[in-house]
Design a protein around this ligand. Structure first.
Ligand code: UDP
Ligand code: MG
Length: 328
């Protein structure tokens, strides 16, 4: 290594009760990484494991100064582990990988090569997935299709942990819920180039999976959230106002029919259920508009308090003082 302080590559590993998987994964990883010309670090995020994972990591770190460990106070979830890992990563390239050995470290050089072709993110595609068909592969197929449709970013496999990111495209993204899988979509919306390559996938041999079927609902709700944020986060009144407008229209229509039935057919307005429909829709319309205005206040607070612009600049090109003045 030429410069001890400069790290080119950070491998981020989220770890939750993976004691039996850490040593084998570490062996594989370090043989792959030491064969690359890059200076690297391995950043393990212990997501509040209750087994001996932290002890194992400490033992590994004892013999290898490439290894850094972040330990959470309790289990905060895989997305939170990524969030911390990405924040404290020192490398200019960041590669997350599962701790259970299902991702193959041997794919890392291929991801990096693809990144060097000029992409900001290269996502792994577990084309031949070695997981339970009913609880994993099938739901994930449907989810991937849906995410592709809704986000407009077409990838085959959003859920694959193994990806390669340029640090600068990752650092501005804040992660909540189960959202790490949406990073490519979020990044593409910000103007980043995203590619996908097929990676190896292996069955889990040790330890057990940490997820059940309830992850599907979380992912779906997150999808609605990011779609909403992406489409309307700067102008929420447009969507709320639109829905309010529809309700108002329905209310007027239903109220109009009530009055017409009273005049033309002498049908009592009190007994007419359409009167209730009209009143309810009117109330809802007002509520929608008020919600929209509240959301407008929230959005302003969000952007202004964090100094988050509503656009992404690629670069600002100033005139070159050596080649003459601006005014000429
Ligand atoms: N993981 C984590 N925190 C959690 C759940 C999982 O850090 O709360 C880690 C886990 O240790 C593994 C990765 O996330 O490295 C993927 O988990 P798992 O293999 O259980 O998911 P699956 O491959 O079944 O989707
Ligand atoms: Mg797994």
């Amino acid at each position: 290594m030429a410069d001890e302080n400069r790290i080119e590559l950070t491998v981020v590993i989220p770890v939750y009760n993976e004691e039996s998987n850490l040593e084998p994964l570490y062996q594989e990883l370090s043989s792959v990484l030491s064969a690359t010309p890059l200076s690297y670090e391995i950043l393990a995020v212990d997501d509040g494991s209750s087994d001996n994972s932290f002890k194992k990591l400490t033992e590994i770190q004892h013999n290898d100064s490439h290894v850094r460990i972040i330990r959470f106070r309790r289990n905060f979830g895989q997305t939170a582990a990524f969030s911390a890992g990405f924040k404290y990563a020192r490398g200019t390239i960041i590669v997350p990988i599962d701790a259970d050995g299902q991702n193959d470290p041997a794919d890392i050089p291929r991801l990096l090569a693809k990144l060097n072709e000029g992409y900001d993110i290269v996502s792994g595609w577990r084309k031949e997935r070695k997981d339970n068909a009913v609880t994993r592969t099938l739901p994930s197929r449907i989810a991937n299709w849906l995410i592709g449709r809704i986000t407009g970013v077409r990838l085959h496999d959003y859920g694959c942990t193994l990806k390669a990111y340029r640090a600068e495209s990752l650092k501005p993204i804040r992660l909540y819920g189960e959202m790490h899988r949406f990073i490519p979509a979020l990044a593409r919306w910000g103007g980043e180039n995203v590619a996908e390559i097929v990676v190896n996938h292996r069955p889990r041999i040790r330890g057990k999976t940490k997820y059940g079927l309830n992850r599907i609902f979380k992912v779906l709700l997150d999808l609605i959230t990011i779609k909403f944020l992406a489409s309307f986060s700067t102008k929420p009144i447009y969507i709320f106002g639109g829905m309010g407008g529809l309700c108002l229209l329905g209310s007027l229509l239903s109220g109009g029919i009530t009055i017409y039935m009273k005049i033309a057919q002498d049908y009592s307005m009190n007994r007419n259920p359409l009167l209730i429909v009209s009143t309810m829709l009117m109330t809802t319309a007002v509520q929608f508009v008020l919600m929209g205005l509240l959301a407008e206040i929230l959005v302003r607070t969000y952007h202004e308090s964090q100094d988050r612009p509503t656009y992404v600049i690629e670069k600002i090109q100033e005139p070159n003082p050596a080649t003459g003045s601006q005014e000429s």
